[in-house]
Design a protein around this ligand. Structure first.
Ligand code: OMD
Ligand code: FE2
Length: 475
């Protein structure tokens, strides 16, 4: 019998490198059938089972499926029963969700004192569309303090992109095991069974779920063949199995509802697999940002890590965008994000540090949401620092910050749970009330240039370039 390896050191794990590859992985030599998918009898007496992530008939470029060779097939379980789980905290039904044009922000979500695992610690913030029609998305958060033990989850509604913010995740999947630390992300696609253990005892993070397409790398256009998230930096687990008799609970999410079935063995009994439908992780430190090296602030799409496309060209169901540590070198430029209203809705989270647009109030483990056409941009303090004369001299330094955005074409509807959360920041709008008028009808380019020159001379006399301050135009 192979024992449960949930506590194995992260360094001991082996991964396959690359994005979207047709891969093969064997935990025992010769476990994959040679030259065919389903021989009459498989090597080692395994069962062959296909997991389809697209319609059988999807075009080859989009087609996703894997073949799993396992000790017993996944069908070997007792009937599913609905789990008694409060429907309003985890949902895929947004028909009665609430919309608001107001800017929303949440302080960090508290991690429960009592023992709560990844699944019971998941709660939905917002979403749109429908898991039934396989169209749309949901954004969840999780806070947990216990490993899942002998239970696993399979999500029939879509793909999960998981962003741990505090505390790592040790995830056992049917394809193998991965350790995902804060600063890394992982994607676990529709239907894959996985169980989350907590090497750090607790974890908090964000989850983007897409009901339709799968995540892919964005096109690079004129950037060329390299840069942003490079394919080789994505890591897929290698086959790992346990042949363990136990009382196991398989939890299945269908249309946001949870069902549970008992079975007498661990579902992580896949000895070998091959295919192009497999989970993966990615270290955001490997992201190679491309940005303006002269002037102006590019649109944040320049920082796209992964995109889940809709049928509308160039328009995502959801993009995953990261704001990594980087040099900010644009001159005579307002460096923080510009003020704007966007057809896409923007949910943001912070993994660590301070975000370019918010000097205060946007904290690691917190979140913000600016829905379709809701105005937003830098807070007053950030505006003032970024427009001060000294800002021209500072801000070339990289700062240790890691924020991200889930950006979606679908207008999000919020759950009562998210809107009623005790950590919602009811004073968020006040971060902009100090943005007073600087309008000067007597302004001329000559006067402006003279003021700039005087300020530059003053700052030189005062000791040259200032040191960068958090949020001080270094965005
Ligand atoms: O709103 C935000 O902070 C996200 C964002 C960042 C940026 O650099 C430009 C536009 C934008 O929406
Ligand atoms: Fe924005």
């Amino acid at each position: 019998m192979v024992t449960s390896g949930l506590e194995e050191a992260p360094e001991a794990l082996r991964y396959l490198s690359g994005f979207g590859n047709e891969a093969t992985s064997e935990a025992l030599p010769g476990a994959l059938p040679v030259g065919q998918n389903n021989p009459r009898i498989c090597p080692y007496g395994l069962y062959a089972e296909q997991l389809s992530g697209t319609a059988f008939t999807a075009p080859r470029a989009q087609n996703r499926r894997s073949w799993l060779y396992r000790i017993r097939p996944s069908v070997t379980h007792e009937p599913f029963h609905p789990l008694n789980f409060p429907a309003e905290t985890l949902t895929a039904d947004f028909s009665r969700g609430v919309v608001t044009p107001n800017q929303l922000r949440w302080r960090p979500f508290a991690i429960p004192e009592d023992k709560v695992d990844f699944v019971t610690g998941l709660f939905t913030i917002c979403g749109s569309g429908s898991a039934t029609c396989k169209d749309g998305f949901a954004i969840h958060m999780y806070t947990c303090s216990a490993s899942m033990g002998d239970s696993c989850l399979a999500n029939a509604d879509g793909d999960f992109l998981i962003v741990p913010q505090l505390g790592g995740l040790f995830i056992t999947t049917e394809f193998g095991r991965m350790h995902v630390a804060p600063g890394e992300i992982c994607v676990i696609q529709r239907g894959m069974r996985f169980s989350v253990a907590l090497p750090d005892g607790r974890s908090r993070g964000y989850v983007l779920e897409v009901f339709a397409s799968h995540f892919q790398l964005p096109d690079l256009g004129p950037i060329g063949a390299n840069g942003l998230a490079n394919p080789r930096d994505f890591q897929t687990p290698t086959a790992w199995f346990e042949d363990r008799a136990c009382s196991y609970s398989v939890v299945h999410k269908l249309e946001g509802q949870l069902f549970s079935a008992a079975q007498s063995f661990s579902p992580f009994n896949v000895v070998a697999w091959h295919g192009n439908y497999a989970p993966y992780k990615y270290d955001l430190a490997k992201y190679c940002p491309v940005n303006s090296v002269s002037f102006d602030h590019p649109d944040p799409s320049i920082f796209t890590v992964l995109t889940a496309p809709s049928a509308l060209p160039g328009t995502a169901i959801a993009d995953f965008v990261v704001f990594p540590p980087r040099w900010t070198v644009a001159q005579h430029t307002f460096r923080p994000p510009y003020y704007h209203r966007n057809v896409m809705s923007e949910f943001m989270g912070l993994i660590r540090g301070v975000y370019d647009a918010k000097a205060d109030g946007f904290l690691p483990g917190g979140a913000s949401l600016h829905s379709c056409m809701t105005p937003h941009g830098p807070d007053t303090k950030t505006f003032e620092a970024a427009t001060a004369a000294e800002a021209e001299q500072i801000g070339h330094l990289p700062r240790d910050t890691l924020a991200f955005m889930f950006e979606t074409y679908y207008t999000p509807r919020l759950t009562p749970h998210a809107l009623g959360a005790p950590n919602i920041d009811r004073n968020y709008y006040q971060c902009w009330v100090g943005l007073t008028s600087h309008f000067d009808p007597s302004w001329t380019p000559e006067k402006a240039a003279a003021a700039e020159a005087a300020a530059a001379a003053g700052s030189k006399a005062a000791g040259g370039s200032a040191t960068p301050a958090a949020g001080g135009g270094g965005g």
